[in-house]
Design a protein around this ligand. Structure first.
Ligand code: PLP
Length: 389
């Protein structure tokens, strides 16, 4: 470890707020998924939005060594370029449309775009010829998500033909995306998979070309639809130890949460009954004296303001309810029932402390928000501290 990194860690853990990222849990979750997929199924690690807030480059660096990890998938060219710049060497796939300004760099950086628009294909081909390098592409197929992708019909087949004929373009993959694989009703996913397989068969029959990487499953698919493993699977939320939805079975692929979020008590005071707390005075103390701890974390860090008056944090293994509104950089919690809370002691906002655990799913339930979104929202102001081994 470089001295700079060490310094950063020491500072972070002694500071206002930090997210601890457990790289052992990343490996554990990967192994779990590997064990649950058909032998030899490569896994594409989905690292978009800074690896769902967990730190894309550090996670890619960890995954570089794992042979069954084929590569990475991100949403934007900038995310892919940052991984390359940081030394990630495995293939990178862009999952959505990317704009022409970056086409010239895709070949040289070995980044694969998703293709589904004829104009995009023409421009990519032009860029590949101009740069004197080839661009590998994955065709996106819309089988029932209605987001991006060609339709699996005659027009779609003709697009595949155009891709195969395009100069400087190598057709490496074809994929679709499930809209409802996290639900108990399997019918929509079954239908999507059938459409996709039928289309792939039609492509083979029409062109005689077998596309090397045909992939469909997201995390929910990995858990519940082993028949959809195909030539690769794309693991997002489960890589981070979080669940695609409350409806997916929890006993098939064991997972461990990767992110914990910590802060420290910066102020403790006793106030009498009738004291309003925070903006708007939406909470007013009652009973006899209330002991309040101020925690320097807020919605400016991506901690959801929707938890105002609803959420809680853990101090000394006990729940401390959030009082009144969460501010941008601070919040107040009730520590009346937790003896001897002192300034500077650690506060757990997400994670385990003794018998108690606050998961991303707990926060989602309490705030009426989505676990994926909560993880992505923990922002740049929060230093990531990576633990390994
Ligand atoms: C985000 C995304 C994934 C990962 O989804 P999870 O539910 O997090 O596993 C996979 N494929 C595509 C196309 C995506 O956009």
């Amino acid at each position: 470890m470089k001295t700079d990194d060490l310094q950063e860690k020491i500072t972070a853990q002694n500071g206002r707020i930090w997210a601890q990222i457990d790289l052992d849990a990343i490996r554990f979750n990967m192994e779990s998924m590997h064990a649950s997929t058909a032998p030899g199924t490569p896994i594409i690690a989905v690292l978009k939005t800074n690896a769902y807030g967990h730190g894309a480059l550090s996670i890619a660096t960890e995954l570089e060594k794992i042979p069954y990890v084929w590569g990475y998938a991100v949403a934007t060219f900038e995310e892919a370029a940052a991984l390359r710049e940081g030394g990630a060497a495995k293939p990178i796939l862009l999952l959505g449309y990317v704009f022409p300004y970056c086409y010239g760099q895709l070949g040289p950086l070995d980044i694969r775009p998703a293709v589904f628009r004829p104009d995009m294909l023409r421009q990519l081909s032009g860029a590949a010829r101009a740069a004197g390098s080839e661009i590998r592409v994955h065709i996106a197929v819309d089988t029932g998500m209605t987001r991006i992708g060609i339709t699996p019909d005659e027009e779609g087949l003709s697009f595949v033909g155009q891709v195969l004929a395009a100069e400087g373009i190598i057709l490496e993959g074809m994929f679709t995306h499930f809209a409802r694989a996290d639900e108990t009703d399997r019918s929509h996913t079954d239908l999507q998979l059938k459409r996709f397989r039928d289309f792939e068969a039609a492509v083979r029959e029409r062109t005689g070309y077998r596309i090397p990487m045909v992939h469909a499953s997201n995390s929910a698919g990995i858990i519940s639809f082993t028949e959809a493993n195909l030539n690769a699977v794309r693991a997002g939320i489960t890589l981070y130890g979080l669940w695609p939805s409350p409806d997916v079975p929890k006993d098939i692929v064991p997972l461990r949460p990767v992110m914990s979020l910590y802060s420290r008590v910066v102020y403790v005071k006793d106030v009498p009954a009738g004291t309003p707390v925070s903006y708007g005075g939406t909470y007013v103390t009652s009973g006899s004296a209330t002991r309040i701890a101020t925690v320097p974390a807020g919605y400016g860090d991506g901690y959801p303001r929707a938890l105002s008056g609803k959420g809680y944090v853990l101090i000394r293994g006990k729940r401390a309810p959030i009082l009144g509104r969460i501010c941008m950089d601070q919040m107040m919690v009730d520590v009346t029932d937790i003896p001897d809370v002192r300034e500077n002691e650690v506060v757990t906002l997400i994670g385990r402390d003794g018998e108690e655990e606050i998961t991303m799913e707990t926060l989602g339930d309490l705030s009426g928000r989505f676990n994926y979104e909560l993880a992505c929202d923990i922002n740049q102001r929060v230093p990531r501290v990576f633990v390994n081994g």
